[in-house]
Design a protein around this ligand. Structure first.
Ligand SMILES: O=C(O)CCC(=O)C(=O)O
Ligand SMILES: [Fe+2]
Length: 377
């Protein structure tokens, strides 16, 4: 459909004085976020490097999104209530769990079983599912390093202690070429990605409504989904094995995701995040999915939505499997000349923009070569 973009209300309004326009403009977000994260992590680590559980398991925010999946069967008031809950969490910890997403337990059971069977193959067999592109197919343990982006942790160059198998949505040529195509694991992942589409759509409509309400402007209901244009989603099955020599190391060092929204499923606890300035364990109960805000949403909301800072604990069980779905990873290996240039921050009347115009693709490409060790920064 037709997308009016950008709704760049942050640029100076008719008749408004803007003497210090752009005074606080962050011109290089890919340098700003690592610094911001390092600072927040240092402060949290000083309180305690170890995460604590919430005093009461029930106090972790769990939001039922079913009313947005079936708008015709719910009232405006009910949907507004969901928007208010999401707004509260998105502007504080930058994350929450959801229920009422409509995805069957049976599909999750199939996913985890197929993932266990896939990852239990020999390294040589699994390497047969590598595409050579780190974003699609199999990537072995200790091949990526979020720490090299965020310069977090010690030693600074610690590699991520996980192996992954990834698929994009919609599927592209590389997906088809990965031999995993014939594997049951590939089928289960494809089905899960398909089902995630309506969940993603509902969540992005809720975030759109939250942004409209908070900024006092009227955005089209599907705005935050439509502006991504043809950004592709990426589902990554991740397994965190115990790695000799790294038994006491954090498995995935602190970072925030660089896209818009991440929807995470996990069979085990082990995810930890910063809330109110300190590390907390994220409870992952059966049937719940975890939703977190990425850096692009922080920028598009002009700092209103908080990029969630998280890590995977050194205590995560060795057979822990998780499935982060990065809803707009972007076409990171595509031709730069046709890159979507995204949108400017959405602001309330008179609010000054703090971030430049950006797309998930343009923001992500600054990180990805560092993540995969193809560049040194
Ligand atoms: O495995 C998890 O729980 C989190 C993974 C994660 O943060 C990521 O892949 O960005
Ligand atoms: Fe992450």
């Amino acid at each position: 459909g037709y997308v009016q973009k950008p709704i760049s209300l942050c640029s100076s309004q008719e008749g408004m004085a803007a003497p210090e326009k752009n005074a606080t403009m962050i011109s290089e977000p890919h340098k700003y976020f690592p610094t911001q994260i390092k600072h927040i992590v240092d402060v949290a680590d000083a309180i305690s490097p170890d995460a604590i559980g919430l005093p009461d398991d029930q106090s972790y925010p769990v939001i039922d999104i079913s009313q947005w999946l079936n708008p015709s069967m719910s009232s405006d008031k009910e949907r507004e209530n969901v928007v208010n809950q999401v707004l509260e969490e998105a502007t504080t910890g930058g994350s929450f769990n959801i229920i009422g997403h409509g995805i069957d337990d049976a599909l999750f059971d199939r996913l985890y079983t197929a993932a266990r069977s896939f990852f239990s193959m020999s390294l040589e067999q699994k390497m047969g599912f590598s595409s050579g592109d780190n974003l699609i197919g199999y990537v072995a343990n200790r091949n990526e390093s979020v720490a090299s982006i965020h310069k977090s942790g010690s030693p600074q160059k610690q590699k991520d202690l996980r192996e992954t198998f990834s698929m994009s949505y919609p599927p592209n040529n590389i997906d088809g070429n990965v031999r995993g195509h014939t594997h049951e694991f590939h089928n289960a992942m494809a089905e899960y990605i398909e089902q995630l589409q309506s969940v993603e759509k509902a969540i992005k409509q809720i975030f759109t409504a939250a942004l409209s309400a908070a900024k006092g402007i009227d955005l089209p209901a599907t705005y935050l989904k439509d502006v991504e244009e043809d950004a592709t989603g990426l589902l990554r099955a991740s397994r965190y094995p115990s790695t000799p020599g790294f038994e006491d190391a954090t498995k995935l060092l602190p970072h925030s995701d660089f896209g818009t929204i991440t929807i995470l499923a996990s069979s085990e606890e082990g995810l930890e995040e910063i809330r109110d300035g300190r590390w907390y364990k994220v409870p992952m109960r059966k049937g719940e999915l975890h939703v977190s805000v990425g850096e692009v949403y922080t920028m598009w909301s002009n700092g209103l939505f908080k990029n969630n800072i998280h890590r995977v604990s050194k205590e995560a069980k060795k057979d822990r499997i998780s499935f982060p779905y990065f809803t707009s990873q972007g076409k990171l290996s595509s031709n730069e000349s046709v890159m979507d240039d995204g949108i400017s921050p959405i602001c309330s009347n008179g609010e000054e923009p703090r971030f430049p115009r950006v797309s998930p693709e343009s923001h992500g490409m600054h990180y990805i070569s560092v993540l995969t060790g193809k560049a040194n920064e």
